[in-house]
Design a protein around this ligand. Structure first.
Ligand SMILES: NC(=O)c1ccc[n+]([C@@H]2O[C@H](COP(=O)([O-])OP(=O)(O)OC[C@H]3O[C@@H](n4cnc5c(N)ncnc54)[C@H](O)[C@@H]3O)[C@@H](O)[C@H]2O)c1
Ligand SMILES: O=C(O)C(=O)C[C@@H](O)[C@H](O)[C@H](O)COP(=O)(O)O
Ligand SMILES: [Zn+2]
Length: 364
Protein backbone atom coordinates (compact mmCIF):
# COMPACT_ATOMS: atom_id res chain seq x y z
CA UNK A 1 0.00 0.00 0.00
CA UNK A 2 1.28 3.50 -0.86
CA UNK A 3 0.25 6.74 0.82
CA UNK A 4 0.30 10.29 -0.57
CA UNK A 5 -0.81 13.51 1.08
CA UNK A 6 -2.83 16.43 -0.21
CA UNK A 7 -1.27 19.22 1.82
CA UNK A 8 -3.95 21.81 2.64
CA UNK A 9 -3.32 22.76 6.26
CA UNK A 10 -6.27 21.74 8.40
CA UNK A 11 -8.02 20.31 5.31
CA UNK A 12 -5.07 17.99 4.49
CA UNK A 13 -5.91 14.37 3.77
CA UNK A 14 -4.28 11.10 2.71
CA UNK A 15 -4.66 9.14 -0.53
CA UNK A 16 -4.20 5.40 0.08
CA UNK A 17 -3.49 3.36 -3.05
CA UNK A 18 -3.27 -0.44 -2.88
CA UNK A 19 -4.85 -3.89 -3.11
CA UNK A 20 -7.59 -5.24 -0.85
CA UNK A 21 -8.41 -1.86 0.72
CA UNK A 22 -12.17 -2.23 0.30
CA UNK A 23 -12.27 -5.12 2.79
CA UNK A 24 -10.75 -2.92 5.49
CA UNK A 25 -12.50 0.34 4.54
CA UNK A 26 -14.33 0.47 7.89
CA UNK A 27 -11.04 0.67 9.78
CA UNK A 28 -9.71 3.45 7.53
CA UNK A 29 -12.93 5.46 7.88
CA UNK A 30 -12.84 5.12 11.66
CA UNK A 31 -9.14 5.99 11.85
CA UNK A 32 -9.89 9.24 10.01
CA UNK A 33 -12.36 10.55 12.55
CA UNK A 34 -15.72 9.64 11.02
CA UNK A 35 -18.10 9.30 13.98
CA UNK A 36 -19.34 5.80 14.82
CA UNK A 37 -22.42 7.36 16.50
CA UNK A 38 -23.91 8.87 13.31
CA UNK A 39 -25.27 7.03 10.27
CA UNK A 40 -23.36 6.92 6.97
CA UNK A 41 -24.65 6.97 3.39
CA UNK A 42 -22.83 5.17 0.58
CA UNK A 43 -23.64 6.54 -2.88
CA UNK A 44 -22.71 4.29 -5.79
CA UNK A 45 -23.97 3.41 -9.27
CA UNK A 46 -25.81 0.45 -10.78
CA UNK A 47 -22.70 -1.03 -12.46
CA UNK A 48 -20.40 -0.67 -9.46
CA UNK A 49 -22.88 -1.87 -6.83
CA UNK A 50 -23.09 -5.55 -7.90
CA UNK A 51 -19.29 -5.89 -7.70
CA UNK A 52 -18.30 -3.87 -4.64
CA UNK A 53 -21.18 -2.53 -2.52
CA UNK A 54 -21.61 -5.58 -0.28
CA UNK A 55 -17.90 -5.75 0.53
CA UNK A 56 -17.89 -2.09 1.53
CA UNK A 57 -21.09 -2.33 3.58
CA UNK A 58 -19.84 -5.42 5.42
CA UNK A 59 -16.57 -3.73 6.25
CA UNK A 60 -18.32 -0.60 7.56
CA UNK A 61 -20.86 -2.58 9.58
CA UNK A 62 -18.14 -4.78 11.05
CA UNK A 63 -16.41 -1.59 12.22
CA UNK A 64 -19.66 -0.64 13.98
CA UNK A 65 -21.29 1.86 11.59
CA UNK A 66 -24.98 2.06 10.71
CA UNK A 67 -24.99 2.44 6.92
CA UNK A 68 -27.58 3.18 4.24
CA UNK A 69 -26.88 3.05 0.52
CA UNK A 70 -28.25 4.69 -2.62
CA UNK A 71 -27.66 3.43 -6.15
CA UNK A 72 -27.83 5.86 -9.11
CA UNK A 73 -27.91 5.06 -12.84
CA UNK A 74 -24.44 4.70 -14.32
CA UNK A 75 -23.00 7.48 -16.49
CA UNK A 76 -22.82 11.23 -16.87
CA UNK A 77 -26.60 11.80 -16.79
CA UNK A 78 -26.53 11.13 -13.04
CA UNK A 79 -24.69 14.43 -12.51
CA UNK A 80 -28.07 16.18 -12.72
CA UNK A 81 -30.31 18.26 -10.45
CA UNK A 82 -32.88 15.45 -10.56
CA UNK A 83 -30.50 12.78 -9.22
CA UNK A 84 -29.02 15.33 -6.79
CA UNK A 85 -32.50 15.85 -5.31
CA UNK A 86 -33.02 12.08 -5.07
CA UNK A 87 -29.72 11.76 -3.16
CA UNK A 88 -30.79 14.55 -0.79
CA UNK A 89 -33.97 12.56 -0.14
CA UNK A 90 -31.88 9.44 0.55
CA UNK A 91 -29.68 11.41 2.98
CA UNK A 92 -32.69 12.78 4.86
CA UNK A 93 -34.42 9.37 4.94
CA UNK A 94 -31.20 7.78 6.25
CA UNK A 95 -31.30 10.43 9.05
CA UNK A 96 -27.80 11.69 8.36
CA UNK A 97 -26.80 14.35 10.90
CA UNK A 98 -24.04 16.92 10.91
CA UNK A 99 -21.50 14.32 12.16
CA UNK A 100 -22.41 11.84 9.41
CA UNK A 101 -20.38 11.21 6.28
CA UNK A 102 -21.23 10.35 2.69
CA UNK A 103 -19.03 7.77 0.97
CA UNK A 104 -18.65 7.88 -2.82
CA UNK A 105 -18.05 4.38 -4.20
CA UNK A 106 -17.48 4.64 -7.95
CA UNK A 107 -15.95 6.71 -10.71
CA UNK A 108 -15.85 10.44 -11.27
CA UNK A 109 -19.60 10.71 -11.77
CA UNK A 110 -20.41 9.23 -8.37
CA UNK A 111 -17.53 11.15 -6.74
CA UNK A 112 -18.62 14.52 -8.17
CA UNK A 113 -22.30 13.91 -7.37
CA UNK A 114 -21.85 12.45 -3.87
CA UNK A 115 -19.27 15.13 -3.05
CA UNK A 116 -21.72 17.87 -4.03
CA UNK A 117 -24.45 16.27 -1.93
CA UNK A 118 -21.99 16.18 1.02
CA UNK A 119 -20.95 19.80 0.38
CA UNK A 120 -24.53 21.03 0.59
CA UNK A 121 -26.41 18.65 2.92
CA UNK A 122 -27.01 20.64 6.13
CA UNK A 123 -24.52 23.17 4.66
CA UNK A 124 -21.76 20.58 4.46
CA UNK A 125 -20.85 17.24 6.04
CA UNK A 126 -17.80 14.99 5.68
CA UNK A 127 -17.21 12.75 2.72
CA UNK A 128 -14.90 9.94 1.66
CA UNK A 129 -13.78 9.12 -1.87
CA UNK A 130 -13.56 5.40 -2.76
CA UNK A 131 -12.64 5.55 -6.47
CA UNK A 132 -13.20 2.56 -8.75
CA UNK A 133 -12.10 3.91 -12.16
CA UNK A 134 -8.72 4.89 -13.60
CA UNK A 135 -10.12 8.34 -14.36
CA UNK A 136 -10.95 8.79 -10.69
CA UNK A 137 -7.24 9.02 -9.79
CA UNK A 138 -7.92 12.60 -10.94
CA UNK A 139 -11.52 13.21 -9.84
CA UNK A 140 -11.19 11.81 -6.30
CA UNK A 141 -8.35 14.20 -5.45
CA UNK A 142 -8.70 17.95 -5.09
CA UNK A 143 -12.22 18.58 -3.85
CA UNK A 144 -13.91 19.82 -7.04
CA UNK A 145 -17.46 18.47 -6.74
CA UNK A 146 -20.27 19.33 -9.13
CA UNK A 147 -23.27 18.40 -11.21
CA UNK A 148 -24.01 19.50 -14.79
CA UNK A 149 -26.48 21.95 -16.27
CA UNK A 150 -27.84 20.97 -19.71
CA UNK A 151 -26.01 24.02 -21.12
CA UNK A 152 -22.65 23.55 -19.39
CA UNK A 153 -20.56 20.95 -17.54
CA UNK A 154 -19.91 21.10 -13.79
CA UNK A 155 -21.79 24.38 -13.59
CA UNK A 156 -23.37 23.75 -10.18
CA UNK A 157 -20.72 22.83 -7.65
CA UNK A 158 -18.37 23.58 -4.80
CA UNK A 159 -14.89 22.98 -3.48
CA UNK A 160 -15.29 20.38 -0.74
CA UNK A 161 -12.30 18.23 0.20
CA UNK A 162 -12.75 14.58 1.25
CA UNK A 163 -11.50 13.25 4.59
CA UNK A 164 -9.54 10.55 2.77
CA UNK A 165 -9.23 8.83 -0.58
CA UNK A 166 -9.22 5.03 -0.45
CA UNK A 167 -8.14 3.71 -3.85
CA UNK A 168 -8.42 -0.08 -4.08
CA UNK A 169 -6.77 -0.87 -7.42
CA UNK A 170 -8.28 -4.39 -7.47
CA UNK A 171 -11.60 -2.76 -8.40
CA UNK A 172 -10.15 -1.59 -11.72
CA UNK A 173 -10.02 -5.16 -13.06
CA UNK A 174 -13.75 -5.11 -13.90
CA UNK A 175 -13.61 -1.90 -15.96
CA UNK A 176 -14.79 -2.12 -19.59
CA UNK A 177 -11.96 -1.39 -22.06
CA UNK A 178 -13.54 1.87 -23.34
CA UNK A 179 -13.50 3.18 -19.75
CA UNK A 180 -9.87 2.10 -19.33
CA UNK A 181 -8.82 4.24 -22.32
CA UNK A 182 -10.98 7.18 -21.19
CA UNK A 183 -9.43 7.06 -17.71
CA UNK A 184 -5.91 6.96 -19.10
CA UNK A 185 -6.60 10.30 -20.87
CA UNK A 186 -6.29 12.12 -17.53
CA UNK A 187 -3.13 10.15 -16.70
CA UNK A 188 -1.50 11.30 -19.95
CA UNK A 189 -2.79 14.83 -19.21
CA UNK A 190 -0.86 14.83 -15.93
CA UNK A 191 2.30 14.04 -17.92
CA UNK A 192 1.55 16.60 -20.64
CA UNK A 193 1.12 19.48 -18.15
CA UNK A 194 3.93 18.73 -15.73
CA UNK A 195 6.27 15.85 -16.53
CA UNK A 196 7.51 14.99 -20.03
CA UNK A 197 9.18 11.76 -18.84
CA UNK A 198 5.88 10.57 -17.41
CA UNK A 199 4.02 11.42 -20.64
CA UNK A 200 6.58 9.36 -22.59
CA UNK A 201 6.36 6.56 -20.00
CA UNK A 202 2.58 6.40 -20.55
CA UNK A 203 3.10 5.99 -24.29
CA UNK A 204 5.85 3.39 -23.89
CA UNK A 205 3.72 1.41 -21.43
CA UNK A 206 0.41 1.88 -23.23
CA UNK A 207 -0.07 -1.86 -23.90
CA UNK A 208 0.56 -2.78 -20.27
CA UNK A 209 -1.77 -0.04 -19.04
CA UNK A 210 -4.53 -1.09 -21.43
CA UNK A 211 -4.09 -4.70 -20.27
CA UNK A 212 -4.44 -3.51 -16.64
CA UNK A 213 -0.99 -4.81 -15.75
CA UNK A 214 -0.73 -4.34 -11.96
CA UNK A 215 2.76 -2.86 -11.83
CA UNK A 216 2.17 -0.43 -14.70
CA UNK A 217 -1.14 0.69 -13.22
CA UNK A 218 0.29 1.09 -9.72
CA UNK A 219 3.10 3.31 -11.04
CA UNK A 220 0.87 5.34 -13.37
CA UNK A 221 -1.82 5.99 -10.75
CA UNK A 222 0.69 6.90 -8.07
CA UNK A 223 2.48 9.31 -10.38
CA UNK A 224 -0.80 10.82 -11.68
CA UNK A 225 -2.18 11.28 -8.14
CA UNK A 226 1.14 12.78 -6.99
CA UNK A 227 1.10 15.39 -9.77
CA UNK A 228 -2.52 16.26 -9.02
CA UNK A 229 -1.92 16.42 -5.25
CA UNK A 230 1.10 18.67 -5.70
CA UNK A 231 -0.81 21.18 -7.86
CA UNK A 232 -3.92 21.20 -5.63
CA UNK A 233 -1.73 21.67 -2.54
CA UNK A 234 -0.35 24.86 -4.12
CA UNK A 235 -3.69 26.32 -5.23
CA UNK A 236 -6.79 24.73 -3.68
CA UNK A 237 -9.43 26.95 -5.31
CA UNK A 238 -7.93 27.58 -8.74
CA UNK A 239 -6.77 31.13 -8.36
CA UNK A 240 -3.68 30.39 -10.45
CA UNK A 241 -1.61 27.27 -11.21
CA UNK A 242 -4.48 24.79 -10.66
CA UNK A 243 -5.98 25.95 -13.97
CA UNK A 244 -3.36 23.85 -15.81
CA UNK A 245 -5.29 20.71 -14.76
CA UNK A 246 -7.85 21.92 -17.28
CA UNK A 247 -5.68 21.16 -20.33
CA UNK A 248 -8.05 20.08 -23.12
CA UNK A 249 -11.14 20.76 -21.02
CA UNK A 250 -12.41 24.00 -22.57
CA UNK A 251 -12.99 22.25 -25.89
CA UNK A 252 -13.68 18.90 -24.16
CA UNK A 253 -16.44 20.18 -21.88
CA UNK A 254 -18.11 21.95 -24.83
CA UNK A 255 -18.07 18.68 -26.81
CA UNK A 256 -19.63 16.78 -23.89
CA UNK A 257 -22.39 19.36 -23.44
CA UNK A 258 -23.39 19.88 -27.07
CA UNK A 259 -23.29 16.16 -27.91
CA UNK A 260 -25.64 15.51 -24.96
CA UNK A 261 -23.89 14.13 -21.89
CA UNK A 262 -22.86 10.53 -22.49
CA UNK A 263 -22.15 10.34 -26.23
CA UNK A 264 -18.51 11.15 -25.50
CA UNK A 265 -16.94 9.93 -22.29
CA UNK A 266 -15.13 12.71 -20.41
CA UNK A 267 -11.71 11.23 -21.21
CA UNK A 268 -12.58 10.94 -24.91
CA UNK A 269 -13.76 14.55 -25.13
CA UNK A 270 -10.68 15.93 -23.39
CA UNK A 271 -8.45 13.81 -25.62
CA UNK A 272 -9.83 15.69 -28.64
CA UNK A 273 -9.49 18.91 -26.63
CA UNK A 274 -5.83 18.19 -25.82
CA UNK A 275 -5.03 17.70 -29.53
CA UNK A 276 -6.80 21.03 -30.20
CA UNK A 277 -4.73 22.72 -27.47
CA UNK A 278 -1.53 21.30 -28.95
CA UNK A 279 -2.55 22.78 -32.32
CA UNK A 280 -3.07 26.17 -30.66
CA UNK A 281 0.37 25.75 -29.08
CA UNK A 282 1.94 25.19 -32.50
CA UNK A 283 0.04 28.22 -33.91
CA UNK A 284 1.58 30.28 -31.11
CA UNK A 285 5.16 29.17 -31.84
CA UNK A 286 5.70 25.72 -30.34
CA UNK A 287 7.58 23.14 -32.44
CA UNK A 288 5.29 21.32 -34.91
CA UNK A 289 6.29 18.00 -33.31
CA UNK A 290 4.19 18.96 -30.25
CA UNK A 291 0.98 18.29 -32.16
CA UNK A 292 2.16 14.98 -33.66
CA UNK A 293 3.61 13.75 -30.35
CA UNK A 294 0.43 14.61 -28.41
CA UNK A 295 -1.74 12.87 -30.97
CA UNK A 296 0.44 9.75 -31.05
CA UNK A 297 0.47 9.49 -27.23
CA UNK A 298 -3.33 9.66 -27.08
CA UNK A 299 -3.84 7.26 -29.98
CA UNK A 300 -1.52 4.77 -28.23
CA UNK A 301 -4.07 4.42 -25.43
CA UNK A 302 -6.99 4.06 -27.81
CA UNK A 303 -8.44 7.58 -27.63
CA UNK A 304 -10.12 9.67 -30.33
CA UNK A 305 -8.04 12.59 -31.63
CA UNK A 306 -10.36 14.13 -34.22
CA UNK A 307 -13.67 15.96 -34.00
CA UNK A 308 -16.64 14.21 -35.61
CA UNK A 309 -18.10 16.19 -38.52
CA UNK A 310 -21.64 16.20 -37.03
CA UNK A 311 -20.63 18.48 -34.14
CA UNK A 312 -21.12 22.07 -35.24
CA UNK A 313 -18.15 24.39 -34.81
CA UNK A 314 -20.42 27.29 -33.91
CA UNK A 315 -22.25 25.21 -31.26
CA UNK A 316 -18.89 24.32 -29.69
CA UNK A 317 -17.80 27.97 -29.82
CA UNK A 318 -20.92 29.14 -28.01
CA UNK A 319 -20.78 26.31 -25.44
CA UNK A 320 -17.21 27.38 -24.64
CA UNK A 321 -18.50 30.81 -23.62
CA UNK A 322 -20.19 29.10 -20.65
CA UNK A 323 -16.92 27.54 -19.48
CA UNK A 324 -15.69 28.59 -16.05
CA UNK A 325 -12.52 29.76 -17.72
CA UNK A 326 -14.40 32.39 -19.73
CA UNK A 327 -13.87 35.46 -17.51
CA UNK A 328 -13.94 39.21 -17.94
CA UNK A 329 -14.65 38.82 -21.65
CA UNK A 330 -11.68 36.49 -22.27
CA UNK A 331 -11.38 32.83 -23.07
CA UNK A 332 -8.65 31.41 -20.84
CA UNK A 333 -6.88 28.47 -22.46
CA UNK A 334 -4.24 26.08 -21.20
CA UNK A 335 -1.72 25.97 -24.02
CA UNK A 336 1.17 23.50 -24.25
CA UNK A 337 4.56 24.93 -25.20
CA UNK A 338 6.30 21.52 -25.25
CA UNK A 339 5.48 18.02 -23.95
CA UNK A 340 5.37 18.43 -20.15
CA UNK A 341 4.99 22.22 -20.21
CA UNK A 342 1.96 24.50 -20.48
CA UNK A 343 1.07 28.17 -20.13
CA UNK A 344 -2.17 29.85 -19.07
CA UNK A 345 -3.15 32.14 -21.95
CA UNK A 346 -5.74 34.93 -21.73
CA UNK A 347 -5.26 36.26 -25.24
CA UNK A 348 -6.44 33.39 -27.43
CA UNK A 349 -8.38 34.74 -30.38
CA UNK A 350 -11.80 33.25 -31.16
CA UNK A 351 -10.88 32.97 -34.85
CA UNK A 352 -7.85 30.83 -33.99
CA UNK A 353 -10.01 28.49 -31.89
CA UNK A 354 -12.55 28.29 -34.73
CA UNK A 355 -9.75 27.38 -37.16
CA UNK A 356 -8.43 24.70 -34.80
CA UNK A 357 -11.91 23.17 -34.48
CA UNK A 358 -12.23 23.03 -38.28
CA UNK A 359 -8.78 21.40 -38.53
CA UNK A 360 -9.70 18.91 -35.79
CA UNK A 361 -12.46 17.63 -38.08
CA UNK A 362 -9.83 16.80 -40.72
CA UNK A 363 -7.41 14.97 -38.38
CA UNK A 364 -6.71 11.33 -39.20
N1 LIG B 1 -13.76 16.47 -9.72
C1 LIG B 1 -12.73 16.40 -10.53
O1 LIG B 1 -11.65 16.92 -10.25
C2 LIG B 1 -12.86 15.62 -11.81
C3 LIG B 1 -11.70 15.27 -12.51
C4 LIG B 1 -11.85 14.54 -13.67
C5 LIG B 1 -13.10 14.14 -14.09
N2 LIG B 1 -14.19 14.49 -13.37
C6 LIG B 1 -15.51 14.02 -13.76
O2 LIG B 1 -15.52 12.59 -13.67
C7 LIG B 1 -16.52 12.08 -14.53
C8 LIG B 1 -15.98 10.89 -15.31
O3 LIG B 1 -15.56 9.91 -14.38
P1 LIG B 1 -15.44 8.38 -14.83
O4 LIG B 1 -14.78 8.28 -16.13
O5 LIG B 1 -14.86 7.65 -13.67
O6 LIG B 1 -16.95 8.02 -15.11
P2 LIG B 1 -18.05 7.14 -14.36
O7 LIG B 1 -18.10 7.44 -12.93
O8 LIG B 1 -19.29 7.29 -15.16
O9 LIG B 1 -17.52 5.65 -14.53
C9 LIG B 1 -17.34 5.15 -15.82
C10 LIG B 1 -18.21 3.91 -16.09
O10 LIG B 1 -17.61 2.77 -15.49
C11 LIG B 1 -18.52 2.13 -14.58
N3 LIG B 1 -17.66 1.67 -13.49
C12 LIG B 1 -17.08 2.42 -12.53
N4 LIG B 1 -16.24 1.66 -11.83
C13 LIG B 1 -16.31 0.42 -12.33
C14 LIG B 1 -15.65 -0.80 -12.01
N5 LIG B 1 -14.70 -0.86 -11.10
N6 LIG B 1 -15.97 -1.91 -12.71
C15 LIG B 1 -16.90 -1.83 -13.72
N7 LIG B 1 -17.54 -0.72 -14.09
C16 LIG B 1 -17.22 0.40 -13.39
C17 LIG B 1 -19.53 3.19 -14.22
O11 LIG B 1 -20.76 2.60 -13.87
C18 LIG B 1 -19.63 3.96 -15.55
O12 LIG B 1 -20.48 3.27 -16.42
C19 LIG B 1 -16.97 13.22 -15.43
O13 LIG B 1 -18.21 13.68 -15.01
C20 LIG B 1 -15.91 14.28 -15.19
O14 LIG B 1 -16.42 15.58 -15.38
C21 LIG B 1 -14.09 15.21 -12.24
O1 LIG C 1 -9.11 19.33 -10.53
C1 LIG C 1 -9.07 20.19 -11.41
O2 LIG C 1 -8.82 21.38 -11.16
C2 LIG C 1 -9.33 19.83 -12.81
O3 LIG C 1 -9.44 20.71 -13.67
C3 LIG C 1 -9.42 18.38 -13.15
C4 LIG C 1 -10.24 18.08 -14.38
O4 LIG C 1 -9.76 16.86 -14.91
C5 LIG C 1 -11.73 17.88 -14.09
O5 LIG C 1 -12.38 17.41 -15.22
C6 LIG C 1 -12.45 19.06 -13.47
O6 LIG C 1 -13.73 18.68 -13.02
C7 LIG C 1 -12.66 20.21 -14.42
O7 LIG C 1 -12.90 21.33 -13.67
P1 LIG C 1 -13.86 22.51 -14.10
O8 LIG C 1 -13.60 23.54 -13.05
O9 LIG C 1 -13.45 22.95 -15.47
O10 LIG C 1 -15.24 21.99 -14.08
ZN1 LIG D 1 -11.10 16.12 -16.42
Amino acid sequence: MRELKVDLGERSYPIYIGSGLLETAGDYVQKHGISIKSPLLVITDEKVAPHYLDTLLTSLETAGYAVASAVVPSGETSKSLKVYEEMMTSAIEAKLDRSSAILALGGGVVGDLAGFVAATYMRGIKFVQIPTTILAHDSSVGGKVAINHPLAKNMIGAFHQPELVLYDVDTLLTLPSREVSAGLAEMVKHGLIRDADFAHWCEENADQLLALDKDALAYGLLKGCAIKAEIVSQDEQENGIRAILNLGHTIGHAIEAIAGYGEFLHGEAISIGMVGSAKLGVMRGADASLHEDTKRMLKAIGLPTSLPEHLSTEDIMSAMMHDKKFREGHMIFIIPTAIGEVTIAKDVRAEDVRLVLEELKKEV
